[in-house]
Ligand binder design. Structure first.
Ligand code: PGA
Length: 224
């Protein structure tokens, strides 16, 4: 069976206390992870806590972050370098549309961050909302990376793309980047996960809002 990927993007949510409550509700030990890679992308400050919970529970859960510095370590006030992240996480979301929009992240910036990820052995999860953005990526197709197709109208709206549209975009992206693991993101919930996960070109999902509810996220994993 082909491995499925389920990524939780917690965005700017959760305090320490809320994270502990989430873990409590998630049944971290019960997961059947054999053919599934579950990646939690929390805010940076929760990484040490989550890492120690994962170690203590001997869990297969993986960690990612939602952004990295486009630069090496050094005099870049307020930034967190890929090298620092590597201590805690294996994945990094790059180019999410909320960053492209709210922080003016350009294609050039996205490419710098992808370079940083590869240099530091982090797997990038690169978010795109169009084929034009895919064509702007400077990426070695032989390396390990994921592309998350997230149409703008679907993000946080409760109005997902149709599974057929998402699959057709996934197919087009894979025609350009043959080695890409392809995720769909945008209003994925317990109710629609089946429809996306059965699509032939979709290898997994990127889940925002629904990942904040531990029980719903757990159920999404079971159904994927
Ligand atoms: P959503 O977010 O599931 O809340 O739509 C997805 C994302 O922004 O990655």
């Amino acid at each position: 069976m082909k491995k499925k990927f389920i990524v939780a993007n917690w965005k700017s949510n959760f305090t320490t206390k809320e994270t502990l409550a989430w873990i409590e509700g998630f049944k971290i030990n019960d997961l059947e992870l054999m053919s599934k890679e579950i990646i939690i992308c929390p805010p940076f400050i929760l990484l040490p806590l989550l890492k120690s919970l994962i170690v203590n529970h001997k869990s297969n859960l993986k960690l990612g972050v939602q952004n990295i510095s486009p630069f090496d370590e050094g005099p870049y006030t307020g930034e967190i370098s890929a090298k620092e992240i590597k201590e805690f996480a294996d994945y990094v979301i790059i180019g999410h549309s909320e960053r492209r929009k709210n922080f003016s992240e350009s294609n050039e910036m996205v490419n710098l961050k992808i370079d940083q990820a590869f240099k530091n052995e982090l797997t990038p999860i690169i978010c795109v909302s169009s084929l034009d953005q895919v064509k702007e990526l400077k990426i070695d197709d032989n390396l390990n990376f994921m592309i998350a197709y997230e149409p703008l109208f679907a993000i946080g709206s409760g109005n997902p793309d149709t599974p057929e549209n998402a699959d057709s975009m996934a197919k087009k992206i894979k025609a350009i980047l043959k080695n890409a693991v392809l995720l769909y993101g945008g209003s994925v919930t317990f109710d629609n996960i089946n429809d996306f996960s059965k699509m032939p070109n979709i290898d997994g999902v990127l889940v925002g809002k629904a990942s904040l509810d531990a029980k719903e996220f757990y159920a999404i994993i079971q159904k994927t």
